[in-house]
Write a protein that binds this ligand. Structure first.
Ligand SMILES: [Zn+2]
Ligand SMILES: [Zn+2]
Length: 423
């Protein structure tokens, strides 16, 4: 038997309705805020992510699915959602239109070669938004409020918003210098990866998962103390805007996010769980990325939110949606002759918006009733009984245990009205 590759899984019918509930919530929240859907390819030229994600990040260094295609081009499966959207915007000229340009993507597959023991999926899915062409912190607050509104709409609770500013190319170098100085004194106690990061990008050390490195970071300088006037004013403006819409938050100077392209605002939404704090959403402003990828300088902000985390939380917080019954009415046949009639009624009922089904395997009447029960049908319509001679069929209500005779004339309409009235 061929099994699914490690780190992948199937969204089976018993869980796909929960996906739909999540996607419905996301689509609705995004729509109300004026975001339109965008879908970009699952793979891109590797170069896009080298430039767009940053070659000192863990993603680019360790986690990308990169391969040569038959035309000897280096191709990479999307390791995050933003770079592809920026590429699509520049290529299509969407950025020449009305700004800000606001887009979202639903359940975009994301591929990262994660260590098997981490319990993370190598293919997972993200909902995200990207907004281009506006510098005001009110936009940052809007983008941050979208995942929060989705969580609320899904009925989830116990989540918290953490925000930070990681400055801009003007002020960050001063901070880098001080951080590097601080960490160089503790070089021997840092892990090998962090020693490498110390040379290339000391900010990445703040992300290190090793306890030893985290212990050394306890008194490390924080970016918030080094913000230039513009960045400080932007951060203050963000806090004001969040206050204005009643969003509570904590300032956490340790958040840097795992991507190189962020500037100014970064944020995370975390939920407390048995295994510690889980990040359900992360994002930030990336005012330099569009120009790094060859476009005109365009400020931008976005986030990514993992669908699998949301599914897990729905389950843990007992907010998983109930699956709706597969069938409203099962059309049972008593005689082989009535089968064609059944085909006709099933089709007519579906056209009227009723989930109708019938037997396709030659079951006895008793077995048809059993099957109807299994697929959750509230009604069984019985064709071909003695009533047929009087131009009637029988409609049995399986929940109320009642039975009605219904005229064959206008049968589909009558049955549909009965069922739809019960909804
Ligand atoms: Zn700055
Ligand atoms: Zn480390």
């Amino acid at each position: 038997m061929i099994k699914a590759p490690k780190g992948t899984y199937d969204v089976l019918p018993n869980i796909s309705h929960a996906w739909r509930k999540i996607e419905d919530a996301e689509r609705e929240v995004a729509r109300l805020a004026g975001y339109r859907e965008i879908r970009t390819p699952v793979f891109e030229h590797t170069e896009l992510f080298l430039r767009g994600v940053g070659d000192t990040t863990d993603i680019v260094q360790k986690e990308m699915y990169t391969f040569k295609d038959k035309g000897d081009r280096s191709i990479t499966l999307k390791p995050e959602g933003t770079a592809g959207v920026v590429r699509a915007m520049l290529e299509s000229g969407l950025n020449q239109g009305v700004m800000p340009l606001k887009v979202y993507y639903l359940s975009s597959p994301i591929f990262r070669y994660e260590a098997p023991q981490s319990g993370r999926m190598r293919e997972h899915h993200q909902f995200g938004v990207e907004a281009f062409g506006a510098r005001q912190p009110t936009l940052d607050a809007e983008v941050i409020s979208i995942p929060l509104d989705v969580l609320t709409k899904l009925g989830l609770s116990d989540f918290a918003l953490n925000i930070n500013s990681i400055g801009c190319p003007k002020c960050r170098p001063h901070y880098h210098e001080r951080l590097r100085e601080y960490l160089t004194q503790r070089k021997d106690k840092l892990c090998a990866t962090c020693n490498d990061r110390l040379l290339r990008n000391p900010l990445r050390i703040l992300d290190c998962k090793s306890d030893e490195c985290q212990a050394e970071l306890k008194d490390a300088p924080v970016m918030l103390d080094f913000l230039c006037d513009e960045c400080a004013a932007h951060f203050a403006g963000l806090k004001d805007a969040l206050d204005a819409i009643g969003v509570s938050y904590a300032v956490n100077p340790r958040i840097v996010r795992g991507l190189d392209y962020y500037t100014k605002t970064v944020f995370e939404i975390i939920i407390s769980a048995d295994e510690g704090k889980l990040t359900v959403c992360g994002g930030g402003r990336y005012d330099e990325l569009v120009s790094e990828l060859g476009g005109q300088p365009t400020p931008a902000i976005g986030f990514g939110m993992g669908i699998e985390r949301l599914l897990m939380l729905l389950q843990r917080q007992n907010k998983s949606p109930e699956a709706e019954p597969i069938c409203d009415v099962f059309v049972a046949t008593l005689t082989p002759e009535s089968r064609l009639e059944a085909v006709r009624y099933v089709s007519a009922l579906r056209a009227l918006g009723v989930k109708a089904d019938m037997d396709h395997v030659g079951r006895s009447l008793k077995a048809q009733f059993k099957f109807a029960d299994k697929v959750g049908a509230g009604y069984v319509l019985i064709l071909g009984g003695d009533e047929a001679a009087q131009g009637e069929a029988v409609l049995r209500n399986l929940t109320a245990h009642t039975e009605d005779r219904v005229a064959l004339e206008g049968l589909a309409q009558t049955v549909a009205e009965t069922i739809l009235a019960k909804r």
